[in-house]
Write a protein that binds this ligand. Structure first.
Ligand SMILES: [Ca+2]
Length: 175
């Protein structure tokens, strides 16, 4: 028997899956020939809460590879804090320090986490669940700004959005 995962399957996970974390591989997406086989990993929101509240990690870095140029772009922030599950993993990002990807995370600052089975986004008037809309769990304010994984779009680079083939997020030690 063969199972061909839906193109959104890798990050289209439940609240409980994002809570504990997961690993997977991207299926190949016909319109994006280089998309297959990429390793994917989510550390888990509970662990993110524990790590970010410890104060050991003073900075946060996002890196995204442009689908069109293959070039990596980055954005570095002074701080990144994820609250606990009771607060729906409310996320706070600090000052934008440097990078060439732009300050796209600012838009989602102070947002709670949303998955297809938990709608905590701020997009009330359209009554959308942003994770259902995009196929990716994330801290969303509104659904028209997509998440930061896979070929989703990191807004904020010059006038043109950066379409991402793959991305990484890091907590940086300051001590
Ligand atoms: Ca909503």
């Amino acid at each position: 028997m063969q199972h061909t995962p839906d193109k959104t399957a890798v990050f289209n996970r439940s609240w409980d899956a994002y809570k504990v974390g997961f690993e997977g591989r991207f299926p190949r997406i016909p319109t994006f020939p280089n998309s297959g086989g990429l390793h994917t990993y989510w550390i888990g929101n509970d662990k993110l809460n524990q790590l970010t509240k410890s104060g050991r990690y003073g900075a946060f870095k996002f890196e995204g590879e442009s689908l069109h140029t293959g070039k990596w772009h980055e954005a570095v922030y002074r701080s990144f804090v994820v609250e606990n599950e009771t607060n729906n993993y409310l996320m706070h990002v600090g000052e934008y320090l440097r990078g060439d990807a732009g300050d796209a995370l600012r838009y989602h600052n102070n947002s709670m986490f949303t998955t297809y089975d938990r709608d905590n986004d701020d997009d009330h008037h359209s009554n959308l669940n942003c994770a259902r809309y995009t196929g990716v769990g994330f801290w969303y304010k509104h659904c028209n700004r997509l998440g930061l994984m896979r070929y989703y779009i990191w807004h904020g680079i010059h006038k043109k959005p950066l379409v991402i083939r793959r991305s990484m997020m890091h907590l940086l030690c300051t001590s």
